[in-house]
Design a protein around this ligand. Structure first.
Ligand SMILES: [Fe+2]
Ligand SMILES: [Fe+2]
Length: 175
């Protein structure tokens, strides 16, 4: 039984405030790719989707004149650290299992190649999966952060993702 759904996270004021900086469309797309990869890799699709949706929730604003500025970003960015903490707080607030919230927070902490903090030893499958899902939605010059999506369409996309996760988990429980 899932304690928290992806829709519960997306529609919370914390996501509504912070996700637009890295892009709501990018966040949802990474959650969708994460579920595809979870299916292939045998990883929990619920954890994969949550880590995917929230992986960039720690972003600051690195746009100048409406364009992503990589110099500002590389000098000032700490989004994996801030995102891990912010996502953890949101998930716990929503009622997530603390052990699950921690696992997802660590996957967010280690998702970025430009992060100075690295895991001790190899990345776990969930940590590797989130980094791969993020790479799968990268566009040149940070354009993936700037793609726009209508709010109603965003909610529809995560509802469909929640249904897909329910189906995958139900199938896994039957096996
Ligand atoms: Fe990121
Ligand atoms: Fe990202």
């Amino acid at each position: 039984m899932r304690r928290v759904r992806i829709e519960d996270l997306l529609t919370d004021s914390v996501c509504r405030k912070h996700l637009p900086r890295a892009g709501v469309d990018h966040s949802i797309r990474v959650a969708e790719i994460a579920v595809d990869l979870a299916e292939q890799m045998g990883v929990d699709p619920d954890k994969a989707a949550k880590a995917g949706l929230l992986h960039d929730i720690g972003h600051g604003d690195f746009t100048v004149d409406g364009r992503w500025n990589y110099e500002l970003y590389s000098r000032g960015d700490i989004h994996p650290i801030k995102g891990a903490e912010r996502a953890h707080e949101l998930m716990v607030l929503k009622g997530e299992d603390p052990e699950v919230a921690r696992e997802i927070a660590f996957a967010i902490l280690f998702h970025s190649g430009s992060n100075a903090i690295r895991p001790v030893g190899d990345r776990t499958p969930l940590q590797a999966l989130v980094a791969m899902a993020d790479d799968g939605d990268e566009e040149e010059l940070g354009q993936h952060h700037l793609r726009q999506i209508d709010w109603a369409a965003a909610v529809e996309r995560v509802r469909a993702l929640d249904r897909r996760i329910d189906d995958l988990l139900a199938r896994r429980n039957q096996a």
